[in-house]
Design a protein around this ligand. Structure first.
Ligand SMILES: [Zn+2]
Length: 141
C-alpha cells in the first residue's frame, strides 16, 4: 500500500480539499496534493495516533484552497502543501510536531489560537503545518 492509499484510510477528499474544487475535478483532486504533503500528513497522523480534523463543518479552507481564494497569493495552502489541523489537544499536537518535524517532513509550523470563540469549541485553534521549505520555520512561536 502506498502513502496515498494509507492516507485515504484517515482522511476523505472533502477533509483535505475545498468543496468547489471537488465539484469541478472530483477524485482528480488527489493528484493536486504533492507527494511530500501526502507523506507528511500520513506521518503526522500516524504519530499523533488519534483523530485529526482538517476541513469539517463549515470550514473549507484548511486544506487545498482555490487559486482565487482571498488568501495570500502564494499560500502553501493553494499548492496543497499546507494543512490546518484540529485535534483534541492542539498545544500538545504542536509540541509533538515541533519535536519530530524532521522525520515528519514538516517545514512550517504555526500554532494559532483564535479569540472570541468558546474554549470548548474545537475551532478555537489550529496547527498549521506545511511541507514547503528548506529550513524548519516556526511562525509566531
Ligand atoms: Zn494554514
Amino acid at each position: 500500500m502506498n502513502d496515498l492509499e494509507s492516507l485515504q484510510k484517515y482522511f476523505s477528499l472533502a477533509e483535505l480539499v475545498h468543496p468547489d474544487l471537488i465539484r469541478r475535478y472530483g477524485s482528480q483532486c488527489w493528484t493536486f496534493i504533492p507527494k511530500e504533503a501526502i507523506t507528511m500528513l500520513l506521518k503526522v497522523r500516524r504519530r499523533w495516533n488519534s483523530y485529526l480534523l482538517v476541513n469539517y463543518q463549515d470550514l473549507k479552507n484548511c486544506g487545498l484552497r482555490k487559486p482565487n481564494s482571498p488568501h495570500s497569493y502564494m499560500s502553501a495552502h493553494k499548492q496543497g502543501m499546507a494543512f490546518d489541523l484540529h485535534s483534541n489537544d492542539n498545544p500538545r499536537l504542536y509540541s509533538m510536531i515541533k519535536e519530530h518535524h524532521k522525520e515528519l517532513g514538516v517545514f512550517q509550523l504555526e500554532n494559532r489560537e483564535a479569540t472570541n470563540i468558546n474554549d470548548n469549541d474545537k475551532k478555537s485553534g489550529w496547527v498549521h503545518c506545511s511541507c514547503r521549505g528548506f529550513e524548519f520555520r516556526v511562525i509566531n512561536p
